[in-house]
Design a binder for this molecule. Structure first.
Ligand SMILES: [Zn+2]
Length: 375
């Protein structure tokens, strides 16, 4: 199962997707002469209710999203009934961040901005026209120097651990990953302009959202949040909704998944989104004036082997990678391997269980389309 769906590089992944997609739907490409990696996507069905599954916003998360989409195309699409294809258009967008995927990076490199690493999922829907009015993240500022300090497996880990203990309950630790626009070499940097990959992704969504669209349900495939128990070969899969429990979108996804996959709300997102510049909130804002339901979430596969230490290692590796790039122009291979393993484990059990989780989610999604629970 593994070899069939997973790939080793972007080219192989894209070839598989294109072959599988063309045999069951209408394949299209989003092409830009400014982007090295074009984005293929496929439309299945002709209905006014749009259901989109995107992958690869974060390159480091590897070929899980691509594998899940290939599984969907070969195992699920052939069994969809006419009711679904008449009422829905299912769209799979394959790998938004091709450069990151090929180069094993979460971000894209922006050569026009001193080679800064830009997290695409902090770059959506941000107004970059007024640089002095960009969102602030003072919590990140507190951690920046420590995260970017000289790599030192032992000392740095202890320091980050201390920082986490001190700031676990005042919101600072969690806010590190919310996005920032002040430190181009910092973590979770959202850039200084819309990235080409973001423009391409939004273009694809605008294309899908024809004037007759009656609803949009969009799910992004991600890895890195949640647990991985290597011994038991068990991996968590959860639907992350960027709204509190009582919000209509959270209620919607709970209904859609009906217990098959846990739905995780964000109780802090009462007044506005917690994460800055992410695709899900951008889509909700972008199509707000259409007055149709827009439901967005991210499906997250767990990779944290040591639930307590994993976030520390992840932050440290991201900081170390930046230190290396700034001082030596390349990332130490050990750091790169740590980064890859902590977002896209090579473990066979992980890969099999991750796909099984995706299959469970897809089944719940299809069942809810059949029974009109998601119109
Ligand atoms: Zn991600």
């Amino acid at each position: 199962m593994q070899d069939k769906f997973y790939s080793e590089n972007w080219h192989e992944a894209t070839e598989k997707f294109v072959a599988n997609a063309s045999s069951v739907g209408k394949l299209r490409w989003c092409v830009s002469d400014k982007a090295k990696y074009d984005i293929p996507y496929v439309l299945i069905g002709n209905g006014p209710h749009k259901v989109v599954i995107n992958s690869g916003v974060h390159g480091i998360e590897g070929y899980f999203g691509s594998a899940a989409q290939n599984m969907f195309l070969t195992r699920k699409v052939p069994h969809l009934n006419n009711y679904i294809t008449d009422n829905y258009t299912i769209v799979l967008i394959h790998v938004i961040n091709g450069w990151g995927m090929q180069n094993r990076m979460r971000e894209v490199r922006d050569e026009s901005n001193m080679g800064a690493l830009v997290d695409l999922n902090r770059n959506f829907g941000i107004d970059f026209n007024q640089p002095d009015k960009l969102p602030q993240n003072p919590a990140y500022d507190l951690a920046h120097d420590l995260l970017l300090s000289q790599p030192d497996e032992k000392k740095k880990k202890i320091e980050i651990k201390k920082f986490r203990a001190k700031h676990l309950h005042d919101g600072v630790w969690n806010a590190i990953s919310n996005g920032q626009y002040k430190h181009p070499y910092g973590l979770f940097y959202g850039g200084d302009k819309p990235m080409i990959e973001n423009k391409m992704a939004i273009d694809i969504y605008d294309n899908i959202m024809t004037p007759d669209a009656k609803s949009l349900t969009s799910i992004g495939l991600h890895t890195g949040l949640g647990h991985f128990d290597r011994k038991a070969g068990r991996v968590t899969g959860q639907m992350l909704v960027s709204h509190p429990s009582k919000h209509k979108n959270t209620i919607f996804f709970n209904k859609m998944m009906s217990g098959a996959v846990p739905v995780t709300p964000d109780e802090n997102a009462v007044l506005g989104p917690t994460i800055l510049g992410d695709l899900v909130d951008c889509l909700e804002n972008r199509y707000e004036n259409r007055n149709i339901p827009v439901y967005t979430a991210d499906f997250e596969i767990g990779t944290g082997e040591f639930p307590k230490m994993s976030p520390i290692f992840k932050r440290m590796d991201m900081g170390d990678a930046r230190y290396d790039l700034l001082h030596y122009g390349r990332i130490n291979p050990i750091t790169l391997e740590h980064l890859t393993e902590s977002w896209y484990p090579s473990d066979t059990g992980w890969r099999v269980d991750a796909l099984q989780n995706a299959g469970t989610m897809f089944n719940a999604l299809i069942a809810s389309m059949e029974t009109d629970r998601i119109k």
